[in-house]
Unconditional design. Structure first.
Length: 202
């Protein structure tokens, strides 16, 4: 059964239990046609009050570098100078809580990003500053990054991810103001996320 079919069955159970409102964590890749709309469409057709969240990449993806940062003070990544407006997953969670608890978000789709574009090279520098030690950036080729990513991700997901990281669309590079308006404060920076996650890099 397709993923949207399984979700449709789950949504039927949710609706029959008396739940009226759902929030779907989707992806900005749906808006830029990098990912299928099938799951979003299933939620829209569910008969429930729905809100869809489309975040950009998460700051927490930097945890994939933690072992090498701890051992060798190095970050290895492709496309070192391509910046994307990544987002703090804690901000996404807060928006989800607001959408679930408060009215006014029904049948709305929110695009969620951080406050600025940040590249892998810049992320390495931020982690180094938080550690008060230099962290070297080592740029991978696309082929090298692909080999590493295939150890834990399906090939189509790897290729799409590398396309976004290396050649983002204009839409994927835009900073969204929605976290600011939804939470009444600015979106958290990568430096703020790093300060909370610093133990993983020490």
């Amino acid at each position: 059964m397709a993923a949207d079919g399984r979700l449709g069955g789950l949504l039927d159970i949710v609706r029959s239990s008396g739940v009226q409102r759902v929030v779907l964590l989707s992806s900005q890749g749906v808006a830029t046609q990098r990912h299928s709309r099938d799951i979003e469409d299933a939620v829209v057709r569910s008969g429930l009050e729905w809100t869809i969240l489309r975040p950009s990449g998460f700051y927490s993806n930097a945890l994939q570098w933690s072992e090498e940062v701890r051992a060798r003070r190095v970050v290895r990544a492709p496309f070192g100078d391509v910046g994307l407006p990544l987002v703090d997953p804690a901000d996404v969670a807060e928006v989800a809580a607001v959408a679930l608890r408060c009215t006014g978000h029904e049948r709305r789709t929110h695009t969620l990003t951080g406050p600025e574009a940040i590249s892998p090279r810049m992320q390495a520098a931020v982690i180094g500053a938080a550690l008060a030690e230099p962290v070297r950036f080592a740029e991978q080729s696309r082929a090298e990054a692909r080999e590493v990513m295939l150890r834990g991700m399906p090939e189509p997901v790897v290729e799409t991810t590398l396309d976004i990281l290396g050649e983002p669309t204009r839409t994927e590079q835009l900073v969204s103001p929605e976290i600011n308006s939804l939470l009444g404060r600015r979106a958290r920076t990568f430096a703020e996320w790093t300060s909370r996650a610093l133990a993983a890099f020490k």
